[in-house]
Design a binder for this molecule. Structure first.
Ligand SMILES: Cc1cc2nc3c(=O)[nH]c(=O)nc-3n(C[C@H](O)[C@H](O)[C@H](O)COP(=O)(O)O)c2cc1C
Length: 463
């Protein structure tokens, strides 16, 4: 499957193209600090080609929803460090989604302060979840020009903190009607300073934020999420093609990791003048790597990646119920249905308690494990990797107490006529073999993880 082959999004190396979409899970404490359950939740999903964290508030002012995490205090950075350390140890790559909710919030979760926005325009026809139940949205307070600039500083500080917390990059949440999106859309942004009015002025905030993020992270480690045809949270622009077309063209000048594009939702149908095919309209405008999202399953994601229209696809709800989604795609297993009642409920239930498939578990035959070694056949299917295996993987294998015993002949397999070269490797135990193949000390070790496209492990003998 092309979905399970490696790729790069900028400088981020992905062993497969199945990305964990950013998902708010409301499991942080009142100070926006994530705990051990969050470490467990992300580690369970570390076989994703890339993890994008839940939206994370860049400042106390950015917060709009209860129990959401932050990245502005030293305690928050320390807590996230545990997540990144554990995900890296499990062979994963993780970027943080940076969030400012703008007008999508309520004073009850903001210490009594009204939400802030480009203009004093409230969300109509929707309600907001607060600690005291559902309430109407308030009319936000318009940011002064000086405050707009200091909010851009907050993004930069958050990016620095994310770096200190050990992330591999950051993604600007520019979608779903949050602050950056509010600046872009003309029905919401009614400013008369340099951040409002023309398309150029409305795009200025997002572009200045992105420049700062790239300033912190350098080339190939900053992504942006956009939803040009999503009307949720009152994001009704008179001309999304002009607005987002301009923005994307300008983003091309920055060395980004990726554009994370939401494909059209049923909302677009309500607006006949809007582009109905978001991917076909906006995807080709971006010259970098494209990551798509929105209702994809194994087959539709495989199709869009195979067509060359996207480098990778992110999965939301299906990753909640299936921590081993990559493995399930690989073997064509059925997917568990996640419980929507526990999406934002707090606690372990519905969070880090969804099981992986039993096949993923270590064999329970204690006699075999006790005897001391496992002979594993590593079959290499990428001709470019032939001959490199012992040289490249040798030191990693040695560090796990394993060694290559023999190298087989290159031969063809019938299915798809892919040439294969088997290597026989001795490991102290099956558990160590799994740990080794899931390690990510360097690029080739990532590809060595069980199930990655160019390698697979077959246990020949376990004693
Ligand atoms: C529980 C939940 C929380 C979400 N939180 C976020 C978020 O924090 N940031 C974001 O950009 N999208 C968020 N989303 C949207 C997902 O990233 C994704 O776009 C959506 O689930 C559609 O993808 P899917 O069809 O694969 O589920 C959330 C979705 C769900 C289900």
């Amino acid at each position: 499957m092309n979905l399970l082959t490696p790729t790069h999004l900028g400088k981020l190396h992905l062993p497969n193209r199945v990305v964990l979409a950013p998902m708010t899970r409301s499991r942080a404490d009142a100070d926006g600090i994530v705990g051990d359950l969050t470490v467990k939740y992300y580690v369970q999903r570390a076989t994703a080609g890339l993890i994008i964290t839940e939206a994370t508030n860049i400042s106390a002012e950015a917060k709009g929803s209860p129990m959401t995490p932050g990245i502005w205090s030293a305690e928050q950075v320390a807590a996230w460090k545990k997540v990144t350390g554990a995900v890296h140890a499990a062979g994963g790559t993780i970027v943080m989604q940076l969030w400012h909710t703008g007008r999508v919030g309520h004073s009850t979760v903001r210490g009594g302060q009204l939400p802030v926005a480009p203009s004093a325009v409230g969300i109509q026809g929707q309600q907001v979840y607060t600690p005291t139940g559902l309430q109407n949205y308030e009319v936000p307070r318009a940011l002064t020009t000086e405050e707009v600039r200091s909010t851009i500083d907050d993004y930069e500080r958050a990016a620095q903190n994310a770096k200190a917390a050990g992330f591999d990059g950051v993604e600007l949440h520019g979608a779903f009607g949050y602050l950056p999106h509010q600046f872009l859309v003309d029905s919401v942004n009614q400013r008369t300073d340099e951040y409002g009015g023309s398309v150029e002025n409305r795009a200025r905030f997002v572009l200045e934020v992105m420049e700062r993020l790239v300033g912190v992270w350098g080339e190939g480690r900053v992504g942006i999420r956009l939803s040009p045809t999503l009307a949720y949270n009152g994001m009704i622009d008179s001309d999304p093609l002009a607005t987002f077309g301009y923005l994307i063209t300008k983003l091309n000048a920055l060395p980004l990791a990726y554009l994370h594009l939401m494909r059209a939702t049923p909302d677009a149908v309500r607006f006949p003048t809007w582009p109905q095919d978001t991917v076909a309209t906006f995807g080709p405008l971006f010259t970098g790597s494209l990551l798509l999202n929105g209702g994809y399953d194994r087959d539709s994601a495989e199709a869009v990646v195979s067509s060359g229209a996207a480098h990778a696809v992110s999965f939301g709800a299906s990753f909640i119920g299936n921590p081993d989604l990559v493995h399930r795609f690989e073997v064509g297993a059925a997917l568990a249905v996640p419980d929507r009642n526990t999406f934002y409920s707090g606690g372990e239930k519905g969070y880090a308690d969804y099981p992986a498939l039993p096949q993923d578990e270590e064999p329970q035959d204690e006699k075999k494990l006790a005897k001391g070694y496992w002979l594993v056949q590593v079959t290499i299917t990428d001709p470019a990797q032939f001959g490199k295996y012992t040289a490249v993987a040798g030191p990693v294998l040695a560090s796990y107490g394993a060694r290559v015993l023999a190298r087989g002949e290159v031969r063809e397999v019938v299915e798809g006529a892919v040439p294969r070269r088997p290597y026989f490797v001795e490991f102290p135990s099956y558990a160590v073999a799994l740990a080794c193949f899931r390690s990510a000390g360097y690029q080739d070790a990532i590809a060595l993880r069980a199930g990655a496209a160019h390698f697979d492990i077959v246990v020949v003998e376990g004693m």
